[in-house]
Design a protein around this ligand. Structure first.
Ligand SMILES: Cc1cc2nc3c(=O)[nH]c(=O)nc-3n(C[C@H](O)[C@H](O)[C@H](O)COP(=O)(O)O)c2cc1C
Length: 221
């Protein structure tokens, strides 16, 4: 499964089976997380077999069940933490999809469990990503039109359209899709609208855009 296929097949999954992911799959995921930490300076941590974070009122209210594993999105405090978490977290989400796993970004509906992961004095927990083998594969979200989230100063090139299409497949908090891509000359820019977790969303959609457009490093993250 290539990245584009992973983006098409990925949907948020909130209900998980008992099947644990051990052995080769877990090792590959751990190695990928380690590599992303090395590339980004983040301190993302895979927290396996820890059911308490999704066992409280908030998680049930959020319709989560069977979540035993998650990724704690931790990194150095700073203005770019949320966007960086979005970009690298989504890179991990799509890799997990390629490994046959399911995921859901979670900003609110979980409990912070002391000792389950580390947050250094100069670090902050941004959010978590539930991960495991889903009871379902989820379903497609409603999406804004390409024109509603992008503009170009001339005809829209194919690669830019592909990038925006990929961004519209991305998860965003409450499916808000509050982002804008612009093409001025050959310069692509992207900005977040006002909204809950919209900076995390921006990092997520930037990763999707680069993958869809087939151009890496566009945003220098
Ligand atoms: C930053 C972020 C935070 C999110 N927080 C929650 C959450 O607290 N609870 C929840 O059930 N879903 C949460 N979601 C999942 C979104 O609701 C979901 O991505 C969106 O509805 C689009 O659906 P899809 O992921 O299936 O494409 C979050 C997603 C993102 C990107």
């Amino acid at each position: 499964m290539d990245l584009l296929e992973a983006m098409r097949q990925r949907h948020s999954v909130r209900s998980y089976t008992d099947r644990s992911f051990e052995g080769a799959v877990r090792e590959k995921l751990q190695q990928f997380v380690d590599q992303c930490n090395a590339d980004s300076g983040l301190h993302m941590q895979l927290v396996p077999e820890e059911p308490k974070a999704f066992d409280g009122f908030m998680a049930h209210y959020g319709k989560f069940s069977g979540v035993k594993n998650y990724i704690a999105m931790v990194g150095p405090k700073g203005a770019d933490l949320e966007e960086r978490c979005g970009y690298y977290g989504e890179k991990i989400v799509l890799y997990a999809q390629q490994l046959g796993l399911n995921t859901c970004w979670v900003g609110l509906t979980y409990s912070k469990i002391k000792g389950a992961f580390q947050v250094g004095a100069a670090e902050k927990l941004c959010c978590v990503i539930a991960i495991g083998y889903g009871s379902t594969q989820g379903s497609s979200h409603k999406s804004k039109a390409i024109e509603a989230v992008s503009k170009t100063d001339g005809a829209m090139p194919e690669w830019f359209r592909n990038g925006v299409e990929a961004a519209l497949l991305a998860p965003t908090a409450m499916n808000q899709q509050k982002f804008d891509f612009a093409l001025t000359g050959d310069q692509v820019s992207a900005k977040a609208g006002m909204g809950f977790y919209s900076k995390v969303d921006l990092g997520i959609v930037k990763y999707h855009f680069e993958a869809g457009a087939g151009k890496t490093g566009l945003f220098g993250i």
